[in-house]
Design a protein around this ligand. Structure first.
Ligand code: CDP
Length: 238
């Protein structure tokens, strides 16, 4: 099969360009912390509740509080209705999100407690796990929980033979003429620029992989600015 080169993005973006972003905190006033993060047509909402005493008691950790993430897509977030409730994909995304956030959140000051993070996707156009992580990190900061630093997340991918940032659903789909697409969600810490999460499902060379990380770092810097701006603007009492 001929190997096509992806030269023009469906929405006219540069290969390194993130979709237009918006971010807000305090969107759920009754919660301890809340935030939304949008990139293009993908929207994520995160709500934080806690720290509160964890039940059942045998699950408590006397040395630290526990972070518990629940990710879900709303039934009409995509064209085909999604069955409500957990599934293998949502459980995987909840777990990896928990790992990524655990690398920056410090709950040692809250032994025997749990902090619940609920992430909902009302509208999905690819990149929902990274949008969810961006929203969740903001919601945790908005809740005033101790964080060593922020995290920002982006998907970097390969379409046929071209590396691109922030794939939309069209780009994430398998129907390209050449080698299909690969999407690599990357989560970076804001200060030390460490990788808090990286998932790779597909084929990529070592040189391309290095470029993916560099592209991810640049994109995460842009995302971090949007997150910080929202946190600065959205005090808890707004
Ligand atoms: O959303 P993310 O890229 O993190 O995860 P994915 O499993 O690679 O899904 C990519 C996209 O496929 C989602 O963002 C949705 O737009 C779409 N999707 C869908 O249409 N139906 C599903 N059951 C799951 C995902």
């Amino acid at each position: 099969m001929a190997k096509n080169i992806y030269t023009k993005r469906d929405d006219g973006r540069k290969m390194t360009e993130v979709r237009p972003m918006t971010a807000k905190v305090g969107i759920v006033p009754s919660a301890d912390g809340s935030a939304s993060f949008e990139t293009g047509k993908t929207k994520a909402i995160a709500v934080v509740r806690g720290p509160r005493t964890l039940h059942p008691q045998h699950m408590q950790n006397a040395k630290t509080g526990i972070l518990r993430v629940n990710y879900g897509m709303m039934p009409f977030s995509v064209e085909d209705r999604i069955r409500p409730g957990p599934n293998r994909r949502s459980e995987e995304i909840s777990k990896v999100t928990e790992w990524a956030l655990n690398s920056v959140v410090d709950l040692t000051g809250f032994p025997n407690t749990v902090v619940d993070v609920f992430i909902q996707i009302p509208q999905a156009d690819a990149g929902t796990r990274v949008a969810g992580i961006n929203a969740a990190a903001m919601a945790l900061a908005h809740a005033g929980l101790p964080m060593k630093q922020m995290v920002s997340a982006i998907g970097v991918g390969k379409i046929d033979q071209t590396l691109v940032v922030d794939l939309d659903k069209f780009e994430d789909s398998e129907f390209h003429d050449g080698e299909g697409s690969t999407d690599i969600p990357i989560v970076l810490t804001s200060r030390t620029k460490e990788i808090a999460l990286l998932q790779l499902d597909g084929k990529i060379s070592v040189d391309e992989f290095k470029e993916v990380i560099e592209m991810g770092k640049v994109a995460c810097d842009d995302i971090l600015k949007v997150q910080m701006e929202a946190l600065k603007n959205g005090g808890k009492d707004e």
